[in-house]
Design a protein around this ligand. Structure first.
Ligand code: TMP
Length: 209
């Protein structure tokens, strides 16, 4: 199998993206293939700036609208860096023969960073030149499960509220209903290994196609 894939995990907070990304990476490596996890927000400079803002260590504007716009620009800038930087960008890694697994991508911007149709169109425009992944896996969990899992963490980030996550989940549903690329939705409340096996089967189907 020579084709190297760009695989994206999406879902509301605590839906199991990181766990499943790790399991997938390990199973690819066990099959003698190189694989790496590369998250968004990225581990680069802009990604770090975003993480500070998510923890309210940086406030760009007290006006919610302007703050949201600033975040949308930063996420898009971070995404460009994540995809195209020459050191550890997604496409550099794929060229170097790695499968690249990203927890979150532009779908997260569409799901999290807009409330109105006008804002959705703005975010879509900001992101419309980014290529679709080879496979997107949407892990679907109820809001209550997300909130219960989040409560186990000490620090809450700005988008981790019931109202926000309810809106985000609705947005995800709309986005993936309209999405033309290759995507699957998986019930994220299933057993971890069961979810993992479904994902492995999908990845194998693509690489054998
Ligand atoms: P994480 O919980 O996966 O580390 O992501 C951090 C937060 O960033 C999460 O609440 C979702 C948010 N986010 C956006 O709002 N827009 C984006 O484009 C991305 C990639 C993440």
């Amino acid at each position: 199998m020579n084709q190297r894939l760009f695989i994206v995990f999406e879902g509301i907070d605590s839906s199991g993206k990181t766990t499943q990304a790790e399991l997938l990476k390990n199973s690819l490596i066990a099959n003698q293939q190189q694989a790496v996890i590369s998250p968004e927000p990225s581990n680069g400079i802009i990604g770090n700036l975003i993480r500070q803002a998510l923890k309210k260590r940086i406030i760009f504007s007290k006006e919610q609208d302007l703050f949201d716009q600033q975040m949308a620009y930063l996420f898009a800038a971070d995404r460009h860096d994540h995809l195209y930087n020459d050191v550890d960008g997604v496409f550099k890694l794929i060229k170097d023969n790695y499968h690249v697994i990203s927890t979150r991508y532009y779908f997260s911007s569409l799901a999290y960073n807009c409330d109105t149709v006008e804002q959705f169109n703005f975010i879509q425009k900001l992101n419309d030149r980014f290529p679709n992944p080879d496979l997107t896996i949407y892990l679907d969990i109820p809001i209550e499960v997300s909130l219960a899992r989040l409560q186990e963490r000490s620090l809450q980030e700005i988008y981790e509220t019931k109202a926000k996550l309810t809106k985000v989940k609705e947005q995800y549903q709309q986005i993936f209903t309209a999405y033309q690329g290759k995507a699957i939705a998986i019930d994220g409340t299933q057993d971890q290994q069961q979810i993992h096996q479904t994902i492995v089967a999908q990845v194998q189907a693509i690489t054998k196609a």
